[in-house]
Design a protein around this ligand. Structure first.
Ligand code: HEM
Length: 152
């Protein structure tokens, strides 16, 4: 098995965890807890669940970046299809947005949950939700660059 294929395998597992986790959080977990739980329990649960998910996202980001850059460097940055550069740009934009979600929104949510300030916690959670929607859409567009990019 070539190194390229092994790196591609790691790259795609990490992408699946990140994109799949965002889809699950947005489309399944959040609507379900909104329907079933009161704000206090809902926001505490979302804070605990997101904290765990974000740790895996941080690992996924390290794997995506390292595997992607090594695969590109191996072929030569000037020689890869143009779509791969768009994948790199999309990936970096997603990583910066994740940094903002974690460094600003999630910390704000954590402080508000600890203080029992459910209004501020709900606002912080709403901000996180909006940024995760953007990252999910960007992720799907980035996958399109990766797949159709070879044609350019
Ligand atoms: C941020 C830095 C990234 C770099 C440097 C990078 C680079 C690469 C490279 C070199 C390949 C190998 C393509 C091949 O052999 O066909 C690849 C494949 C792929 N990447 Fe990325 N990537 C990055 C981020 C992402 C992100 C964030 C996503 C998804 C959201 C993504 C999705 C994919 C997919 C779906 C493939 C498989 C494409 C195929 O084999 O046809 N990549 N990436």
């Amino acid at each position: 098995m070539s190194l390229h294929l092994f790196l591609l395998f790691l790259h795609l597992i990490a992408v699946a965890i990140w994109i799949g986790g965002m889809f699950f959080a947005l489309c399944c977990l959040r609507p379900a807890v909104t329907q079933v739980l009161e704000p206090q329990q809902r926001l505490s649960l979302l804070h605990a669940a997101l904290g765990r998910f974000f740790r895996y996202v941080a690992i996924a980001i390290a794997v995506i970046l390292a595997s992607g850059l090594v695969m590109m460097a191996h072929i030569g940055f000037a020689d890869v299809p143009r779509g791969w550069h768009w994948m790199l740009a999309g990936g970096i934009a997603m990583m910066l947005i994740f940094g903002h979600i974690y460094g600003a929104g999630y910390r704000r949510l954590g402080r508000a949950v600890k203080a029992g300030d459910w209004v501020v916690a709900a606002m912080a959670m709403n901000g996180i939700r909006r940024l995760v929607v953007i990252n999910l859409v960007l992720g799907i567009v980035t996958i399109a660059f990766a797949i159709f990019g070879s044609a350019f």
